[in-house]
Structure formats: structure tokens, C-alpha cells
Design a protein around this ligand. Sequence first.
Ligand code: ZN
Length: 286
Amino acid sequence: MNKLTCITVDVDRIDQFNSEKVQTLTETILDLFSEFGVRGTFFVCGESVLEHQDIVKWIAEDHEVAAHGYFHRNLRQIKTHELRQEIRMAHEAFEKIGVECVGFRCPHLVIPPHLGPILRENKFIYDSSQVDSFFIAQRLVFPFTRMKVDDIIEIPIQTFTVLRLPLSLSALRLLGPKRFAKHLPDTIDHFYFHLWEFDRMGSSSGDSSWRSNTAHQVGMKKDLLKGYWDFLTGQPTSPADLTGRNTGEEAIKIVHILLKELAQRGTKFVTCAEWANAQIASTEPL
Ligand SMILES: [Zn+2]
């Protein structure tokens, strides 16, 4: 059986861009996906689902669209009854526009207590928020919440390297389009990125500035540590520059190289809903 891989996109709040830009960025992603036969999963906030029905329905023609909260707020900072209401509203947004929604991803990947049972009450079949990484903010701010297996199907964000970075475009962008491929893990189950990463950000988002004084064949750890060091010390780039590093064309290039590599490995791309349904249908692990 071919390896099953989920490619997921956090669209977040669509209104962060003008609708023309959303259209262009979405088109770029959909073109990339069709080039490699990817059926992806797009996580969109309920609020944006209602405001941008046309875009959501357009994506849903060939891909899965799932809920990413209703307001894209931190779900650990609200009370349980508010959480229940927010998740219900997110599901209802999809019902209102007639697009099926069975999956959920917490904004900022911060998992609140009681999430699993509340998702189940609201007809969700899976969650995809868990990331067992040292390097995301909630690990520092909140105790790590692991979903209970019997609550709901969890499709975790894959981590890679000894640093347990999330296997995300944000991490690969730190390495840059020329360097990331050699650090990819042998098995890729899940890769995720954000729509906004395909938009060029920051004045020095090209990778030349931070690489200029870095020796040629440096190892990944050194690259990453330098990236984080730059981030922590604010030199020579600002946090905004780090966030913006290798966005736009470079980000598209990275995803293109990655999908090509996966296609060459004989990967079968599935949506998260397909992955979850296959898991329900089978007692065997995938
Ligand atoms: Zn998000």
C-alpha cells in the first residue's frame, strides 16, 4: 500500500487579505496541488466561512475544508461554555453554506481541556492540533495537552529532527529552499503550511541577509540555532524578518520541491477526513 500523507493548509481568517489576494494565493495553492495530485485539507475560521462562501465552496470542489475555530482565538483563554458555543458556531457556519465539515484544528494549535468530547457532540470526527514540539509557544505558556485516544481521532502535526520541529513550511523556511530537502525525514505523514506564507512578507524576507556570513556546508542544527538566535537577540534580523524569511516565491518553491519529492516516493495524498475514515474503517493502523 502506498504511503498516505495529509497536506494541510491553515487559511486562518480570510479577511487578513483583500479578496483579490486571497483569490490569487488560493489559486497558487490549488494549482500546485493539482500538479501533484494532492487532495488537501484547508482549515478556515467559521467567521470567514460565512463571509467568503465563494472561496470556501471553490476549495471544497476538490479538497476538504475543515474548521479552525470560529474567531481564530486562543481556545484555552475562554470558558468551557464559550468553547462549546464557539465549536457549535464553527460547525453551523459550514452547515449554512452546505459544505460538509468533519474536522477541526485549534487556532495557534493550542488545545483546550474537554476539546474531544465537545467536538464529538458537534459531529466532528477528528481533530488535528496536537504537536509534540519544544518549539511552539504553547509549550512554554501552557502545559502540553495530549488528546485522549478515545475522545476523538487525532491527526497530529508531525515533528522532525532531534529538535522536534513541527514539519511545517515555517520550519522549512528557516532552512531555505536550497537546503531544506536534505533534512526531510524518510517518512512524511503530515505536512502543513499557512496561506499567508505564500505572500511575500518583510523587507529582508529573501534569505541572502541571514545566510551571507554563514559558511557553505553548515549543518541544520547550526542553521536553526542561528535562526532562533537571531530571533531571540533581534540581530541581525528582527522577529518580523524571521517570520517573513523565505515567504512568497521561496515558500512556493519549497512546497513545490517537497510535493515533487513526495510524488516521486509514490505517496498517496489523502485529506484528513479520508485518513480519519480509513482509520475508523480499519482496526489495523494505517
Ligand atoms: Zn491558524
